[in-house]
Design a protein around this ligand. Structure first.
Ligand SMILES: C[C@H](N)C(=O)N[C@@H](CCCCN)C(=O)O
Length: 466
């Protein structure tokens, strides 16, 4: 009997790497938008009256709807509807949220435009511009986190048995390039002409539409893959139907929850730090926002270069649990340096490089480890549950850090607003909080490694079996 083995589209290296570039582009523009205001904390303070607490609240707002349950729903949608529908929905949500946020900080709205009166009528300590920007950022956050889990599942779909960790590493590297780009461009675009926070947000908002288009092109390729695997014919994408009751399995798996806890501790000391890093460097070194941003932008570049290399290492050699541990140690060292050592530009660059290495080790090892713990039909929900737990930290820590900055620096916000020369925040307390998160992540990493050794999950094993 002769058996014909049909070559699928993802068997072609060119096709699967093209698919990766298309979905990674959506994330590239998404990550740009996430941090478009991060280098502009000072300008927001002087032009829109956002103090550190308000800025922290704005940073946390991206995750509020996700934490309220949207991400769990997103995971279910992903497992039930597949990557194409979920990806397009999430990219559209990003564009819609970006539009609301742009309007919220616009001159038109701030000078009494449509909705201004309503947004000024409650929580009067918070500027109306911040409240509407937070609403937009919440909607955008639903889109970007939903896109994050969708892209992870799409990569597993296209790269299983192939270069999966390398592909995830490359996707994250492209996203980091977006962070580099926005830390380079945002202060520059803001200063073109009269200083404006709206201009960079509007520019990156337009770029998000390109991200929506690249995902649209990916759906054409993905449809072809489904036709070839026959998965589409079997009523929906998943080979085995996903049941909502399966979610219990995730919440009762000790190792899965340990990975999720490690994820929330680690990322809570990365992304919220990223929001405040420019201002921290500006305050500690007595430099401008543009100069501080120019130092900090090398952080994502370090991560960008190393993440795919470490992903490839994981594919061929393994050592995922060890990489998680090492990453937590380096991150703690970096935050302790910022907390305790008098800063010079050289020390700042060195600490940023340490953090960049750490931010390659952990993501390169963490995300490709999930398919080792959870079967494919639950994968969308598994990523969603991890993101959900992580989002609780990403929502809480910018708020905690903004608040701790305000209370540990009485009167400084007022001085900055009044333009007092030399007024700057002391970041010791926030940086010690970030360091504690790193220590806790390290301890959990030790526990995970011990669990892996005793239960044999294979976290230390390579992805590609010879
Ligand atoms: C913030 C987001 N929830 C996140 O965790 N992002 C990760 C990447 C997750 C995998 C995306 N396909 C990151 O390291 O940026």
């Amino acid at each position: 009997m002769t058996e014909t083995i049909q070559r699928k589209i993802n068997d072609s290296a060119f096709a699967r790497w093209t698919a990766l570039v298309l979905i990674a582009s959506t994330m590239f523009f998404g990550y740009m938008f996430v941090d478009v205001l991060s280098p502009l904390k000072n300008l927001l303070e002087t032009s829109r009256g956002w103090n550190s607490t308000v800025f922290g609240l704005y940073g946390g707002s991206e995750f509020i709807l996700n934490v309220c349950g949207f991400l769990i729903v997103a995971g279910i949608i992903l497992d039930k509807m597949g990557v194409r529908f979920t990806g397009l929905l999430s990219a559209s949500l990003m564009v819609a949220g970006a539009a609301v946020k742009t309007y919220g900080i616009s001159e038109y709205f701030c000078q009494g435009g449509f909705g201004f009166e309503f947004f000024s009528s409650f929580l009067t300590d918070i500027p109306a511009s911040a409240k509407l920007a937070c609403l937009g950022f919440m909607i955008f956050g639903c889109g970007t986190e939903m896109a994050g889990i969708t892209v992870s599942k799409a990569i597993v779909k296209w790269f299983t048995g192939k270069e999966m960790a390398l592909a995830m590493g490359l996707e994250m590297a492209i996203a980091r390039l977006g962070v580099f780009a926005v830390f380079s461009l945002s202060p520059w675009v803001a200063e073109l002409g009269s200083p404006s926070v709206v201009r960079p947000v509007a520019v990156v908002g337009v770029l998000l539409c390109i991200g929506l288009l690249t995902f649209l092109v990916f759906t054409v390729m993905d449809r072809k893959l489904d036709r070839q695997t026959g998965a589409a014919a079997a009523a929906g994408e998943p080979e085995e139907q996903f049941k909502v009751s399966d979610l219990r399995r995730l919440f009762t798996s000790g190792t899965f929850l340990t990975v999720a806890a490690l994820c929330v501790l680690y990322y809570s000391a990365i992304f919220p730090f990223q929001r405040f890093a420019t201002d921290m460097l500006q305050s500690n070194l007595g430099i401008t926002a543009k100069q501080a941003s120019d130092i900090f932008r090398w952080f994502p570049i370090g991560a960008m270069v190393l993440t795919p290399l470490l992903g490839s290492y994981l594919d061929h050699r393994g050592k995922g649990a060890t990489m998680l541990l090492l990453g937590a140690i380096l991150m703690t060292a970096c935050h302790l340096i910022f907390a305790l050592v008098p800063l010079t530009p050289l020390i700042a660059y060195s600490a940023i490089i340490l953090l960049g290495i750490s931010f390659s080790l952990v993501p390169a090892a963490l995300w490709p480890s999930v398919p080792k713990l959870i079967e494919n039909r639950l994968l969308g929900s598994a990523y969603a549950v991890i993101f959900w737990i992580q989002n609780i930290g990403l929502m809480a820590f910018p708020i905690i850090i903004g608040w701790s900055l305000n209370v540990s620096n009485p009167g400084v916000a007022e001085q900055i607003k009044e333009g007092v020369e030399g007024a700057a925040y002391n970041y010791t307390v926030p940086m010690l909080i970030f360091s504690c998160l790193g220590i806790a992540a390290f301890l959990l990493g030790l526990w995970l490694k011990a669990q892996d050794r005793s239960k044999g999950y294979g976290l230390e094993l390579p992805n590609i079996k010879k």
